[in-house]
Every structure is written in structure tokens, then in C-alpha cells.
Design a protein around this ligand. Structure first.
Ligand SMILES: Nc1ncnc2c1ncn2[C@@H]1O[C@H](COP(=O)(O)OP(=O)(O)O)[C@@H](O)[C@H]1O
Ligand SMILES: [Mg+2]
Length: 262
């Protein structure tokens, strides 16, 4: 097999539990406990588990928005876990993240065009928001270029998430970490945003780490799946294996709960 695009080995994060006025450390939360995986180019790796199992912490560690307690992250031929803050910033062009809540992740004082142009300007890839790449990206993500001078609050949740996707995609990254990208959306809008992500993946050979508590999203999108319970990786395999053949009790529980909801 060829080298994976992203490789994570024994990733670990412990948060201190602090009490009292002096913030004495009285214990530790093991938020991520020894998680390993590979993602190949063009592939969607689903990471599923219930709330609090360490999904968002895993996402933040991979992008080094948080520093791991232990473990290794390899991306683009680099040891992400050993890079300095400055070096990490450069790598972020190729590894981006979309959060669950588009309301919180978009600056309310910036127009659509400014929001999409900002990362390009930061990375020295455009002078200002009149760069044609900006409007092209807005349209590619299913928004009209007439919306360019509007503000995020004028949009629906689905449109805002399209905007958040446009903002990361404009840098032409190789990997996008999607942390519950559709959990705040109604079912119809959720489907449309997932279809957009699939279209973009096909066009650009993108890799996704798709984080969700919703097995339905996994079923629609993932090629391979990781099942996480209480900070630990408890099961993994290709989509068909996880949905239809896994004998792991927790995986069966998640999959069956997903069918009950339908
Ligand atoms: N900055 C933090 N400080 C302390 N504990 C945290 C912090 N971030 C997350 N945690 C804890 O780590 C665990 C995993 O959280 P998280 O990764 O957000 O889970 P998920 O995204 O799967 O819901 C939870 O117990 C959470 O309370
Ligand atoms: Mg989370």
C-alpha cells in the first residue's frame, strides 16, 4: 500500500482537573487514550462515538490546536507532533477544519467575500477580496456570488455551513477535518451539505476525517470507520464491515440505534 496521507499513532490527551482557588490539580481526564489511524488520499474516514468520548479533542490534536500528551501525527511527510507553532501554521494550509457550529466559527462583522478571502490573504495567495478565486469558491459551494456583500447572520444554517466550507476549501487543502459538520442542521439541509462535501471530494481528491455521533452520516459518507468509546478506539473497519459484520457489542449498539431512528 502507498504511504497514507495522514497517519496518527497512539494519540493521547490528558486534561488536568483543577479545584479550588489555587487551581490545584486533583486528577486528570483522559480525553483521548491511544488512538491510531491512517487516511489515504481521496478517502473519508468516519470517526463515530457518543458525546464526550473525545472526538473534538482528537480533531484539535491533529491540527495542533491542542498539543498532545503523547503520540505521533504524520502529514505531508512531516512530523506534525514535533513542529513549532510557526511551522504548524504553514501546514494548516493543507489541513483544515470545519466545526459543527457555523454561527460561532464565522466572524459576524465580515462579509461573505471577506470571509472567503481572508485565508487566501493570510497565506499570501491573494491581495484582497476581489480575487476571482473568491467568487468562484462561493459559487462552487452552492452560494450565489450576489451574496458576496452580505453578512453571515443573513443566512440559514445550511448556507452558513456552505460558507464555512468555502472558506477552508479556497486554500485547496488535502485533508479536511469535519467535526459534526451537519449536526446543527435539519435533515434535508444535512443531506444537501453532505452531497456538497461528496461532490467536492470527487472533484478534488480530498480526504476527510468525518467526526460524528450520527451513524446515519457515517453510512452516507464514510469509506472506513473508527468507533470510539470512552476515549479509546474499540472497533474499526470498512463501512460494510462496521454496518453489517462487526461483532463488537458497542458497534452493534450504535448501528442498531441508528436504524431505530429511521
Ligand atoms: N479543554 C478541556 N479541558 C478539560 N477537559 C476537556 C477539555 N476539552 C474537552 N475536555 C473533556 O474531554 C472529554 C472529551 O471531550 P470532547 O473531545 O469534546 O468529546 P466529544 O467531541 O466526543 O463530545 C470530555 O470529558 C470533556 O469534558
Ligand atoms: Mg465534539
Amino acid at each position: 500500500m502507498s504511504e497514507p496521507l495522514l497517519r496518527v499513532v497512539n494519540l493521547e490527551k490528558k486534561f488536568p482537573i483543577q479545584r479550588g482557588l489555587l487551581k490545584r490539580t486533583v486528577g486528570q481526564i483522559h480525553a483521548v487514550d491511544g488512538i491510531s489511524f491512517d487516511i489515504a488520499a481521496g478517502e473519508t474516514l468516519g470517526l463515530v462515538g457518543e458525546s464526550g468520548c473525545g472526538k473534538s479533542t482528537t480533531a484539535r490534536l491533529i491540527l495542533r490546536l491542542l498539543d498532545p500528551t503523547a503520540g505521533e501525527i504524520y502529514f505531508n511527510g512531516k512530523e506534525i507532533h514535533t513542529l513549532s507553532r510557526e511551522e504548524i501554521r504553514k501546514e494548516r494550509k493543507d489541513m483544515q477544519i470545519v466545526f459543527q457550529d457555523p454561527y460561532a466559527s464565522l466572524n459576524p462583522r465580515m462579509t461573505v467575500r471577506q470571509i472567503v478571502a481572508e485565508p487566501l490573504i493570510v497565506h499570501g495567495m491573494a491581495k484582497d477580496d476581489s480575487d476571482p478565486a473568491v467568487d468562484e469558491m462561493i459559487e462552487l459551494c452552492g452560494l450565489s456570488r450576489e451574496f458576496g456583500n452580505r453578512y453571515p447572520h443573513e443566512f440559514s444554517g445550511g448556507q452558513r455551513q456552505r460558507l464555512a466550507i468555502a472558506r477552508v476549501l479556497v486554500l485547496d487543502p488535502k485533508v479536511i477535518v469535519l467535526d459534526e459538520p451537519t449536526s446543527a442542521l435539519d435533515v434535508t439541509t444535512q443531506k444537501q451539505v453532505l452531497q456538497l462535501l461528496q461532490k467536492l471530494q470527487k472533484q478534488r481528491g480530498l480526504s476527510y476525517l468525518l467526526i460524528t455521533h450520527d451513524i446515519g452520516v457515517i453510512r452516507a459518507m464514510a469509506h472506513h470507520v473508527l468507533v470510539v468509546q470512552n476515549a479509546k478506539l474499540v472497533d474499526s473497519g470498512n463501512l460494510d464491515h462496521i454496518l453489517n459484520h462487526s461483532t463488537h457489542a458497542y458497534t452493534r449498539l450504535l448501528v442498531n440505534a441508528g436504524y431505530d431512528k429511521k
